[in-house]
Write a protein that binds this ligand. Sequence first.
Ligand code: ATP
Length: 262
Amino acid sequence: MDSNVNAINGCHQSIVTIDDVSFFYENKKVIERLNFDIYERDFVGLIGSNGAGKTTLLKMIVGLLKPSAGEVRLFEQPAGSFRDWERIGYVPQKNAFNPLFPATVREVVLSGLYGKKKMLRRLTKADHQKCDDALYAMRIEDLADRRIGQLSGGQQQRVFLARALINNPELLILDEPTVGIDAETQAGFFNMIKHMHQHHHITFIMVSHDIDMVQSYIGPEPAQKSGGLSFYVKHTHELQDCKETNLTHSMQQLRETAEMLG
Ligand SMILES: Nc1ncnc2c1ncn2[C@@H]1O[C@H](COP(=O)(O)OP(=O)(O)OP(=O)(O)O)[C@@H](O)[C@H]1O
């Protein structure tokens, strides 16, 4: 990656730093001495064969796994002492629900509010407003009271994206968000993600098996390869004047996105 651009501009924050990270499951080496930097508003497409370590890497970034060696830093803080988890939205792989799972869409989206913390307080009016905004942004308000298990795969993905968006995250991490979804719905979902990247102040990391889709947005060559992992990177901060980088995105903007996409 061209870190000079960031060094010159100086004001573009490092969002994720992977500093000489290795990971082993017992004796099985999955990631070896990986170095990679992700800056504000980058879109990173992560491609790799089955078992290459994509999910393992994402889990280290969201603090679910600790590196065996090296360090992950989030927003320039060591991941081990990072506490602002609401700045990060994570949509894990294969969220498929048992049709009998009793939670409603609204309950699933609200559960995103507290990240790793248990819900220790009563929900406020503001919490419900955030939930309504996230449902609206994903155009699933009409599904709010349906059981999650009774929705299609594409509808469930929108619910999980709404859950990840409820805290207005600065970094959005998607682990194969369109697995098991028909081609047309996949294309629509990816268009929505691209639009969000172009119009909101969000940094993306997206694992995908769909190399054509990733290359069509980012370009033909990966910025970096390591082991079985290929990192495709699109920088958008280079297009912006630094002085404008304290732009904030908001659910209002996401509403506008939803309206534009019809
Ligand atoms: N909890 C675990 N214990 C032991 N080995 C594991 C564990 N989780 C994953 N692995 C192994 O580590 C390797 C990397 O797994 P990971 O899920 O990160 O790969 P991936 O690139 O996301 O694969 P896929 O494309 O199939 O989702 C695989 O060989 C997997 O079998």
